[in-house]
Design a protein around this ligand. Structure first.
Ligand code: EPU
Length: 362
């Protein structure tokens, strides 16, 4: 009976050339993740607009299926058993530019745009604010979820609002920057109260003024070593791309999700105690409440010797100890047990419990 009702609504409400595709079944998720890991999705559908998204949500609700929203698949580790519900891949595209007061331009980008393609497009228009976030894998819709950050910038600094589809009320809503509750690699979209939202578009406030940000050590070192004089935002983008290419694995060659762990933030007193024990331990103040952010990569590299470590096909990248790599046929379990080994070493040496940055779907 339920199926019949659904069918009648469908005929009545939709134009004949509607684009809604029935979900496919048993689709291997490893083909959609940069780790190249993940078993089958019971159902899988790609949506190109909010109407298709609405239908996908209706489909999942009618079958009482859990929903998992996939962007670029670059920050997830999905179980080898797969996902028992509906995986919705967001393919909502488009970039819109709107002149605002003075030097400001509002740029509205569809959640399904590739992040770096969008950054390249925006930088080529001479708008500044996103250039330090060049070459980060993933989609535009995933960027606010974990408040992506790199080379002295965080995406929250340029976001004005995030448009979401509320899966409880079936309405489109706009979350202000404050409502997004951005923090270091965190936002409302990672918390239980934000799970009802699916991000559809992101609004950025960018500037025609080339406000270059060269505070991060890797960038300032590059500029002095290469005696760079022309500091255009395109040049900053080129520099970031060069640095990232040297430090981080090439996704065409290796399966990876970038930093696997967050950098821990500790109390100043705890940091001072640790420095007495490990004199070279770096620490960055400026984290909230005067706490200190410690590069987990330093601990994993210097104290735990994990750089270049391998357990079969699960390993740690040779140039960055925070980055786990699938060298071929590693399973989610292999990556997970390697990560637990790394957590245990850091705990033993420093009493710090590392938190995973990558979203784990087990
Ligand atoms: N370091 C080591 N050994 C290593 C790597 C780094 O000792 O193998 C030390 C160095 O002292 C270095 C410091 O750690 O100065 C920081 O390293 P890096 O600049 O590479 O940054 P990170 O803190 O390890 C963070 C982000 C990266 C981002 C870089 C650059 C997190 C979890 N990760 O890494 O983001 O690209 O800064 O800004 O905050 C990602 O999220 O996937 C990601 C790659």
């Amino acid at each position: 009976m339920a199926a019949l009702t659904f069918y009648i609504c469908y005929i009545g409400a939709r134009p004949i050339n509607r684009s809604w595709m029935q979900p496919q079944e048993h689709i291997l998720l490893k083909d959609f993740t940069t780790f190249r890991i993940g078993g089958p999705a019971r159902y899988f559908v790609a949506v190109k607009n909010t109407e298709e998204l609405r239908e996908a949500i209706q489909f999942a609700h009618s079958k009482q299926l859990p929903i998992f929203v996939l962007g670029g698949g670059s920050n997830v580790l999905i179980s080898d058993k797969g996902f028992p519900g509906l995986v919705i891949k967001i393919e909502i595209k488009g970039i819109e530019y709107k002149e605002r007061e003075g030097e400001d331009v509002e740029v509205i980008v569809g959640a399904g745009e590739n992040w770096d393609d969008a950054v390249g497009h925006i930088v080529s228009r001479g708008l500044s604010g996103l250039e330090n976030l060049s070459l980060i894998p993933g989609s535009v819709g995933a960027a606010p979820v974990q408040n992506i950050g790199a080379y002295g910038a965080e995406v929250k600094d340029t976001i004005s609002w995030v448009e979401v589809f509320n899966t409880e009320t079936y309405t489109l809503e706009q979350c202000s920057k404050e409502q997004c509750q951005f923090d270091y690699r965190d936002s409302i979209f990672k918390k239980p109260e934000g799970k009802k939202y699916v991000i559809t578009r992101v609004g950025f406030k960018l500037s025609k003024k080339p406000n270059v940000n060269i505070t991060y050590k890797d960038i300032s070192n590059y500029i002095s070593e290469h005696k760079v004089e022309d500091l255009s935002i395109q040049k900053i983008r080129d520099i970031v791309i060069e640095i990232r290419t040297k430090k981080l694995p090439n996704l065409k060659e290796y399966g990876t999700a970038g930093s696997f762990f967050k950098n821990p933030v500790v109390l100043k007193e705890q940091y001072d105690e640790l420095v007495k024990k490990y004199s070279g331990l770096p620490g960055f103040t400026g984290a909230s409440h005067g706490d200190v952010k410690i590069p987990a990569a330093w601990i994993l590299d210097t104290l735990c010797n994990f750089k270049g470590y391998r357990d079969g096909d699960a390993g740690v990248y040779k140039n960055q100890a925070l980055v786990l790599v699938n060298f071929g046929s590693a399973t989610a379990e292999d990556i997970s047990s390697l990560s637990e080994k790394m957590i245990a070493c850091v705990k033993e040496k420093t009493s710090i419990t590392l938190e995973k940055e990558v979203q784990i779907i087990f």
